[in-house]
Design a protein around this ligand. Structure first.
Ligand SMILES: NC(=O)c1ccc[n+]([C@@H]2O[C@H](COP(=O)([O-])OP(=O)(O)OC[C@H]3O[C@@H](n4cnc5c(N)ncnc54)[C@H](O)[C@@H]3O)[C@@H](O)[C@H]2O)c1
Length: 439
């Protein structure tokens, strides 16, 4: 018997506009990648929406469709891209500058990439100290700037004939700041925009503009952005989905693979020292201690939640955890991340694990951007408003409803994601309970 879906899902008809504040390495690698896949010049490796499958029903049923055949996702051919940056480079120039993809590939994609010109950015040097650029909006106050972004969005939608939009922040990491009174309610925030409150970061101006227009917003950086009551209120009022924050790609991804394994076997961890060298613009921005502090917070938070030292004091109470990032230009986007992990086993005997991950930051991040865009559009069509915790899978610091702790274990996150898709389509949730033993 066909299953009854739990949600009414409007089909993904028409064009989906993908709006991206920050057109640097991640964005240009993402857009170039989609254009390459569309032309058969590459495969979407790393993307769950494009390559992943989902088991349905009992194992004996043999039903394992591709995720993209199970839920109605926007096809790659129907995506239109737009963005903002403080630099005037178009997406082709940004990709060449980022030096992530080979020029021989980029040359084949020059036409579609060159057509994507960045719109003027909302920028405040106090929030990103290491860079400055000419392509910046001016306005009497932050409310004027928010309105200018809303105009950009509406203009983009009209020009590209879009039926739906999604915004995803791939801009720089902003200086660390905490939620202030101005973030406490929507009314306080709007008043703060009008009187140019310095506690409102540029990323919050974009997010406000998106949510005002009921455009779903995902946050790829560790910035505070939507993690404040004012934004949650706006998302709820306008019935729009949000998620974040900070793409979980290289070293932190490794951490969330390993730490659940240590805990599953009741192995202790005494120390975890993580260090990185990277030479891209992201690395340069993170040289500023204020931006690094924002990043450090999401990078440090994962172990505490996974290992639960309160429940297992004999294993994890004395864990020393440190994360360092060093800007080292010769490496460009090809980051090297080292981890030294001091673990202990039976009777407390110590052991060590060393990881040396020679990764490529934007190659790891680009498929996450694609998945988030497609899943956020799906969530919005399914009427799922507010924080999308089922997308925690993609983030170092998953947003949660107030009062709840985030789930960092990547295997639990993946189960939650797939069960949410099953639930949408009215399929049984998979619990791995194995009750068939009693049949
Ligand atoms: N690559 C990864 O693996 C990864 C993982 C997690 C998070 N991130 C985050 O993703 C973001 C993008 O990374 P990237 O490597 O592409 O960095 P990047 O420096 O190459 O690109 C960021 C771009 O944002 C622009 N920008 C800064 N402030 C802006 C503003 N207010 N409005 C519009 N544009 C603005 C910059 O000019 C720059 O071109 C960073 O915050 C990074 O920390 C990346």
């Amino acid at each position: 018997m066909p299953k009854q879906p739990n949600v009414t899902l409007a089909p993904p008809s028409g064009r989906l506009g993908v709006l991206i504040p920050g057109m640097g390495a991640v964005t240009s690698t993402f857009i170039a990648g989609v254009e390459a896949v569309k032309r058969g010049l590459g495969a979407p490796i790393g993307s769950l929406t494009q390559l992943g499958t989902i088991r349905l029903g009992k194992r004996t049923e043999g039903r394992t469709p591709r995720i993209k055949d199970f839920v109605p996702l926007a096809p790659l051919e129907c995506l239109s891209f737009g963005g903002w940056d403080i630099y005037e480079d178009n997406a082709y120039e940004a990709a060449v500058r980022a030096k992530v993809l080979d020029n021989s590939l980029l040359d084949q994609l020059k036409e579609p990439l060159s057509a994507i010109q960045p719109m003027k950015a909302v920028f405040d040097h106090n929030y990103v100290k290491k860079i400055d650029g000419p392509n910046v909006k001016s306005g009497a106050n932050k409310m004027d700037l928010a309105q200018a972004v809303m105009q950009d969005i509406q203009e983009f939608e009209r020009r590209n004939n879009c039926t739906r939009l999604v915004m995803i922040w791939c801009g720089s990491t902003e200086a660390h700041h905490k939620a202030a009174d101005v973030h406490g309610s929507l009314a306080a925030f709007e008043e703060g925009l009008r009187r140019n409150d310095p506690n409102i970061a540029p990323s919050q101006v974009y997010a406000y503009a998106a949510l005002r227009l009921a455009v779903p917003f995902a946050n790829g950086a560790p910035n505070l952005t939507t993690d404040v009551p004012a934004m949650l209120e706006l998302a709820r009022n306008n019935e729009v989905s949000i998620c974040g924050k900070d793409f979980k790609t290289g070293q932190t991804y490794m951490k969330t693979l390993l730490a659940p394994g240590f805990k599953a076997r009741m192995l202790g961890v005494r120390g975890w020292f993580s260090t990185n060298i990277l030479g891209n613009r992201d690395g340069e921005v993170l040289e500023d201690p204020a931006s690094f502090k924002t990043k450090e917070e999401t990078k440090l938070s994962v172990l505490e939640q996974i290992l639960q030292p309160d429940l297992y004091p004999e294993l994890y109470k004395d864990l020393y955890h440190a994360v360092r990032i060093n800007y080292y230009p010769p490496r460009g986007d090809a980051k090297e991340g080292w981890d030294n992990i001091d673990i202990f086993g039976w009777l407390g005997y110590p052991m060590q694990i060393k990881i040396d991950f020679l990764c490529r930051d934007s190659i790891l991040a680009a498929p996450l951007v694609l998945d988030l865009v497609l899943f956020m559009d799906l969530a919005q069509r399914a009427g799922m408003k507010g924080i999308q915790e089922w997308l925690s899978f993609y983030f170092k610091g998953p947003m949660t409803a107030p009062g709840l702790y985030p789930e960092h274990d990547v295997f639990i996150q993946l189960m939650k994601l797939k069960n949410t898709l099953r639930w949408m389509q009215g399929e049984d949730l998979i619990t791995h309970l194995g009750l068939e033993y009693y049949d």
